[in-house]
Design a protein around this ligand. Structure first.
Ligand code: MSP
Length: 668
């Protein structure tokens, strides 16, 4: 019986349309799943959407839709995008599906029957954006994941006895492969060692969720709901024979692939829930870093997303797949830019793989009537031929090793090293000159050079297939080799290219991209972003989106309400740190702040007293407009203005940073 392999992506929230951050995880999983299939594993690849919870309910409200309508639409967009990209998922789970809801309730019941769930009262801070209970936080404290201010929540809930699992979890982490990479494993270990509190796993102040069994006033906490997808999708909790068998066959998962911000949910809560239910644990949680755009995490609320469709329209899915896996060191953060994408595309795909394919196959067509030639007998062989064969054997080995360790960029680097070696080999052996000669020796040599090049091309194409399914399928067909998905990667070896193979018709696979490709993508995104700002406002009302910088003097506008960069440069925005904060006597709204902006300490009077207690501000980094003309408020001189998002009908939310920034740094 074939070995089984079960891999999952996180299920994506439907408050935001898909962007290349989501696509990154999906591509990585798709690539692993495709490789596993080619290695002969009975593979199951799951993805889906996370559709319950208060964040989604609020987003639907803001969009003027029912949650069901809203989630149907956005979930549909994820599915359409994956279809368009040819993602090879075996199932797509939505948490609003009946099959999920029933099986989730079954899991809840089982854990409750096992004695790990009790009723209690929760009072504390909650981040709506990450749907996270922030233990130990005080009102006004930021969320440790996204930095947004947390909100105070007080309600009766069901609690999960997480504290009972501390030692068992620590034992689990002794297996170094359970959490990858090592840095994440260390973070989780120290978090668990610092002590675990019981975890609220239901909510009672809204209704968009799955009712707690036997207590429909409560809905199951969205993270409990979401994590369960990994087992409900493959049949847990169902009494149908097919479902039971699928669950038995595929569970436990071999890999849950996730972004680093949701490590705690997957490495602490999820195994604890499974332990409480008496179910087997996943074999590995693999966390990758963030895709950054313009130096911060790409995310909808920050308004710096890049849409996948833009890249598909201009360069195609394979270009994006290759770029993300080659350019970003898996596990670490990586920057995305259109320039880098096009540069990689041209150097590695158009000039690299594409050029190797077209020059090799064109010469076989020209000199051998489109049939793979016989390599020459011993006398006409050179050490360079054997060097290529050795390099290819090494590449097959290395590629596999790197891939199994999720080191995609190194695997690709190794394969592209082989392409570079073959390019050099072709240049040094000048098949085009050999082709001009008719003597037996030259023909024999030409046959060897072209066979060697074509065989190396075959090896690289097979290895790269999981990464670039479309382009490699085309190259394979041009080589006359049939269906590339049937290649058994575990048997891939040098010398398998059959002599006399008849080539298919040859055409370029990666046409060169010029500068206009960058401009086109940039323009498409700029157009979208104009819309995006409004969307942020509508979809995530709780997020501190910079809808309006209160009080900024409007510079003269040009160009239909837009300002020039020079106008913007007139506003001196700087990072400051609050040294002193106190209420202004007889004012409900005003605080007197002393803010260090690097070059000096400024007194600023700000209308934020209703949103922030003065003591929560001391030591906090803020953004101030440093070159505003001074003005007097309640007799106090204010020298600058503090920047906050002003939410309609809500309290101001101070602009802040996710990364550490030095005091005095200018924003531009
Ligand atoms: N719904 C939860 C996950 C529940 S899993 C049981 C969630 N959803 S999310 O829509 O916010 O998606 C998170 C995942 O999308 C990340 O963990 C990551 O895999 C991917 N990414 C979203 N933005 C990303 C980047 N900017 N960079 C890299 N990956 C990103 O959290």
């Amino acid at each position: 019986m074939a070995r089984k392999f079960y891999i999952t992506t996180p299920i994506y929230y439907v408050n935001a349309r898909p962007h290349i951050g989501h696509t990154y995880t999906t591509i990585a999983c798709d690539t692993v799943a495709r490789r596993e299939r080619m290695l002969g594993a009975d593979t199951f690849f799951l993805t889906g959407t996370d559709e319950h919870g208060q964040k989604i309910e609020r987003a639907a409200q803001a969009a003027g839709k029912t949650p069901q309508q809203f989630t149907d639409e956005v979930s549909g967009e994820f599915r359409a995008l994956w279809r368009r990209m040819g993602i090879s998922n075996d199932d797509f789970i939505r948490t609003t599906e009946e099959r999920h809801k029933k099986r989730l309730q079954e899991l809840f019941r089982r854990i409750r029957d096992n004695g790990f769930i009790y009723k209690g009262r929760y009072k504390g801070q909650y981040c709506f954006s990450d749907e996270l209970y922030v233990d130990g936080a005080q009102p006004g404290d930021p969320c440790p994941i996204c930095g947004r201010p947390t909100e105070t929540v007080e309600e009766e809930n069901y609690f999960f006895k997480l504290s009972a699992f501390q030692n068992k979890l620590l034992e689990l982490y002794e297996n170094p492969d359970f959490i990858r990479p090592e840095t994440r494993r260390n973070e989780v270990i120290s978090f668990v060692k610092s002590g675990l509190r019981d975890q609220s796993i239901s909510r009672s102040t809204f209704s968009w969720g799955v009712p707690v069994p036997d207590d429909p006033k409560q809905v199951i906490y969205v993270w409990f709901d979401a994590l369960a997808n990994y087992i409900t999708a493959i049949g847990y909790g169902s009494s149908h024979t097919g479902a039971e068998e699928a669950f038995k066959k595929y569970w436990p998962a071999d890999v849950h692939m996730i972004g680093k911000e949701i490590v705690r949910f997957h490495c602490v809560y999820w195994p604890a829930f499974l332990m409480a239910a008496g179910l087997p644990l996943p074999k590995a949680i693999v966390a990758h870093g963030w895709l950054l755009f313009e130096e911060s995490k790409m995310s909808k609320s920050r308004g710096n997303i890049v849409r996948t469709e833009t890249i598909l329209d201009v360069l195609g899915a394979d270009a994006l797949r290759y770029f993300l896996l080659r350019e970003v060191v898996f596990g670490q953060d990586g920057s995305f830019s259109f320039d880098a994408l096009v540069q990689r595309y041209n150097s590695d795909l158009a000039n690299g793989l594409g050029n190797l394919a077209s020059r090799t196959l064109t010469m076989i067509n020209r000199y051998f009537k489109g049939e793979v030639p016989y390599p020459s007998h011993a006398a006409a062989r050179s050490p360079a031929d054997d060097a290529i064969a050795d390099a290819a054997r090494r590449t097959i080995r290395e590629f596999g090793d790197f891939f199994s360790g999720f080191q995609f960029s190194r695997a690709l680097e190794s394969a592209w090293g082989l392409i570079a070696a073959v390019d050099r080999y072709i240049v040094e052996n000048e098949p085009w000159s050999l082709g001009e000669k008719q003597d037996h020796e030259s023909r024999a040599r030409l046959a060897t050079v072209l066979y060697t090049s074509a065989e190396a091309l075959r090896v690289v194409t097979a290895l790269a297939h999981p990464v670039m399914p479309e382009a490699t399928t085309k190259i394979w067909e041009q080589m006359g080799l049939g269906d590339i998905r049937k290649v058994a990667l575990d048997e891939l070896a040098w010398g398998q290219l059959k002599l006399g193979t008849k080539l298919g018709s040859v055409s370029p696979v990666f046409p060169r991209a010029d500068k206009s490709a960058i401009e086109r993508m940039q323009q498409m995104e700029d157009q979208q972003r104009g819309v995006g700002v409004e969307e942020t406002k509508a979809v995530v009302p709780a997020a501190p989106a910079p809808e309006k910088v209160a009080g900024t003097a409007a510079p003269a506008t040009t160009n239909g309400g837009k300002i020039s960069i020079d106008d913007f440069a007139k506003v001196e925005l700087r990072v400051g740190m609050v040294k002193i904060a106190e209420r202004v006597p007889k004012s409900d709204k005003l605080l007197r702040l002393e803010i260090d902006i690097g070059s000096e300490v400024r007194q600023v009077v700000a209308g934020i007293a209703e949103a922030y207690a003065p003591e929560t501000l001391v030591g906090r980094k803020v953004v101030i407009v440093a070159n505003l003309a001074p003005r007097k408020l309640r007799g106090l001189e204010s020298n600058g203005m503090i920047v906050a998002a002003s939410l309609e009908g809500g309290k101001p939310v101070l602009a802040s940073f996710l990364e550490d920034v030095p005091v005095g740094a200018r924003l531009k």
